[in-house]
Design a protein around this ligand. Structure first.
Ligand code: SAM
Length: 236
């Protein structure tokens, strides 16, 4: 793969700085829509009560929470991230909703779990930040059971004319400025815009998944006119 992701040390220190205002930034800049995208991912995954789920690069834990609501008390959810500061608020958020979720520090490119341990393995808005996304996809597939699913939610580029121009104006000009005002982390929001504007999406991303040879089928669903995409791979 010729794609080179960002330096992990820079990413870790960027998220350490962003962590205290991450949720507020997300809520304001997406007008709360990011919650709907995570719910949609869980719906598409057809997760069932009692299943075992791993959410990688879980950050403040929102996707892990959505999964736990579905797997219920007989199921289990583990959230992992390589930046401990990003996970600081996650346990309390889960507890506030009486949800029992485990959180632990781990790099998605080297997961401390056995082969085939989970029914569903997910990552939302994390894969773009990983140095070698294909290695991360392979590692996620390794810990997924045969017949289980790897699920990835990530920004991409829109195709729809007009909507695309309006959105690009917002993403390039407004988001870094407002993001900076809300969180004090202008650079992080400039990085978000730059990295998303060139990150492989749709068939290009699916070809990364297919090249790992871990999946019997792969597919994608676009959300909000293609602002973001949900990728699904069924483990062989
Ligand atoms: C934009 S946040 C997304 C957090 C959360 N999943 C969400 O949807 O809001 C990206 C997260 O990826 C994490 N991350 C980046 N590279 C990672 C890696 N190699 N292993 C584990 N976590 C990583 C960062 O620490 C950060 O918490």
């Amino acid at each position: 793969m010729t794609y080179q992701g960002p330096n992990p040390d820079i990413i870790k220190s960027m998220f350490k700085k962003v962590a205290p205002s991450y949720d507020r930034g997300n809520d304001i800049l997406s007008a709360g829509i990011h919650h709907l995208w995570r719910k949609k991912l869980v719906r598409l995954s057809r997760t069932q009560p009692g299943m075992a789920v791993l959410d990688c690069a879980t950050g403040t834990g929102d996707l892990a929470i959505e999964f736990k609501k579905v797997v219920g008390p007989t199921g289990s959810v583990i959230g992992t991230d390589f930046c401990e500061d990003m996970m600081l608020t996650a346990p309390q958020k889960a507890q506030n909703q009486q949800l029992d979720i485990q959180y632990q520090t781990a790099d998605v490119m080297n997961l401390p779990f056995a082969d085939g341990q989970f029914d569903r393995v997910s990552i939302s808005f994390g894969i773009r930040n990983v140095q070698d996304p294909q290695k991360a996809i392979s590692e996620m597939a390794r810990v997924t059971k045969s017949g289980g699913q790897v699920l990835i939610l990530e920004f991409g580029q829109m195709k729809t004319p007009v909507v695309k121009d309006l959105y690009n104006f917002y993403f390039e000009k407004v988001l870094p400025y407002v993001g900076g005002l809300v969180t004090g982390q202008t650079e992080a929001y400039k990085y978000l815009q730059k990295s998303s504007s060139k990150f492989p999406c749709r068939e290009d991303f699916l070809s990364w998944m297919d090249q790992t040879q871990h999946f019997s089928t792969t597919s994608y669903t676009s959300v909000s006119f293609g602002i973001a995409y949900i990728y699904q791979g069924i483990k062989r």
